[in-house]
Design a protein around this ligand. Structure first.
Ligand SMILES: Cc1cc2nc3c(=O)[nH]c(=O)nc-3n(C[C@H](O)[C@H](O)[C@H](O)COP(=O)(O)OP(=O)(O)OC[C@H]3O[C@@H](n4cnc5c(N)ncnc54)[C@H](O)[C@@H]3O)c2cc1C
Length: 390
């Protein structure tokens, strides 16, 4: 794909939509809006189109969202989770496998689909700011070192956790946490269809994971609270597990602490946020692909005035359920995790495995119905979780 824009530049037509950020959420929003016949231009600050390689785990909802385009990026399937804490373990079999997808394949597939729908992609083009004008919005950009102005009716901010679009339109900054992972050789005793999760509350209120991307390699990661401590903990954990880092990956991930309204009116124009820019990340697991795509679809449909409310409602409900789960877990101590793993008896594990983790409200009810003791434990976490409030 050429590194510059592909067709006549939208930005002057009536109804023009500018999407800032050419990653998962932005490209999906662009494809949705362009397929409805609106002129769409995607601005991406990176110089060239070479998305960094990164293995991501997603639920199989991803297939429903992307249809045949999904298969290009799937590199492995996960059928089981093994949970570890303090010498105890529990296994959860998934009836619908989770998918391991490769980001460097996903982004080009989404870019192609956006272009086929009629969107224009511009690289080396950085969004600088926006202001209302008589026609809608004036957008200031840096295009390969040159300042330019564009005009649009609507702008979609898909520019990640530190969104400049959000700041320019008056949304407050969002909180982020560090995520670090090391690519390692998969231990001989770990099956490539099994993800391992360790709860070590002395190191992190979140968890460690080892996600196989193939039978040879996996990503061992941690979500922490402080960047330097997080790296130290990961290094120590790698040493303890006798694993050598082959490469490092990391970034700051938004923490969802309550629904961020996705639309703002600025003068006669409209500004929307999708994906990490709107903290559309499941705060229990810090997964943002499926939720970001859902947010992008909802916003795309809203721009086309074809609803979108349903997608955004489902997204909001799911983000809230994950927030409640995180709030319950956030102050768990070692003994609570030990109890939790012990309580994950056969019927509860069946429930967790049966339901897609994106249908989190249904999942929560099923777990609660089959294993009411978990409610008490969760309630305790909620009461203790004073430090993790909206
Ligand atoms: C190491 C790591 C592992 C992860 N693992 C998982 C996982 O297993 N499962 C999962 O679901 N999620 C995972 N995530 C989270 C997931 O990757 C993100 O939630 C998702 O990529 C967010 O997509 P996005 O399109 O909203 O934003 P981003 O991917 O952050 O994209 C923002 C884009 O905007 C561009 N941009 C920024 N500013 C400007 C500007 N001013 N002008 C123009 N362009 C701009 C950037 O260059 C970038 O391309 C992981 C994240 C990391 C860092």
């Amino acid at each position: 794909m050429p590194a510059t824009e592909q067709r006549a530049r939208p930005g002057e037509e009536n109804g023009a939509v500018i999407v800032v950020g050419g990653s998962a959420a932005g490209l999906f929003a662009a494809a949705t809006v362009a397929s409805g016949g609106r002129p769409v231009r995607v601005l991406e600050s990176r110089r060239e189109f070479k998305p960094a390689s990164r293995s991501l785990i997603v639920t199989d909802e991803f297939r429903n969202q992307l249809g045949s385009a999904a298969s290009e990026s799937i590199v492995n399937e996960i059928r089981r989770f093994e949970l570890f804490t303090d010498g105890r373990s529990a296994q959860v079999a998934l009836s619908r496998p989770d998918l391991i997808i490769e980001r460097s394949r996903l982004i080009p597939a989404l870019a192609r689909s956006a272009q086929q729908s009629g969107a224009t992609l511009s690289f080396d083009t950085r969004f600088l700011g926006l202001a209302p004008n008589s026609r809608g919005l004036r957008v200031e950009i840096d295009c390969a070192g040159k300042r330019e102005e564009l005009h649009a009716d609507s702008i979609v901010g898909a520019d990640g956790a530190a969104s400049r679009v959000a700041r320019s339109a008056g949304w407050p900054p969002i909180e982020t946490v560090p995520l670090m992972q090391a690519i390692v050789r998969l231990p001989k005793d770990q099956s490539p269809d099994t993800t391992r999760v360790w709860f070590v509350p002395d190191d992190t209120p979140y968890f460690y994971w080892l996600i196989p991307e193939s039978s040879e390699r996996g990503a061992l990661g941690i979500i922490g609270e402080d960047g330097r401590d997080t790296k130290r903990c990961l290094e120590r954990f790698l040493e303890k597990k006798q694993l050598q880092p082959l490469e490092w990956q990391g970034a700051r991930i938004p923490v969802y602490r309550g629904w961020i309204p996705v639309r703002r009116r600025v003068g006669n124009g409209e500004v929307y946020l999708v994906g990490d820019a709107a903290a559309q990340v499941k705060v229990s697991t810090v997964g943002g692909i499926v939720t970001g795509l859902r947010g992008a679809l909802g916003v795309g449909q809203a721009i086309l005035q074809r609803g979108g409310g349903r997608e955004l409602k489902i997204l909001r409900r799911d983000l809230r359920t994950h927030w409640l789960i995180r709030r319950a877990l956030h102050h768990f101590q070692q003994k609570d995790y030990s109890q939790l793993v012990d309580l994950l008896d056969a019927s509860t594990r069946e429930s967790l495995g049966e339901i897609n983790r994106d249908e989190s409200t249904r999942l929560l009810w099923n777990v609660v119905r089959r294993q009411p003791r978990l409610v008490l434990l969760g309630l305790r976490g909620l009461l203790m979780g004073r430090g993790f409030k909206s």
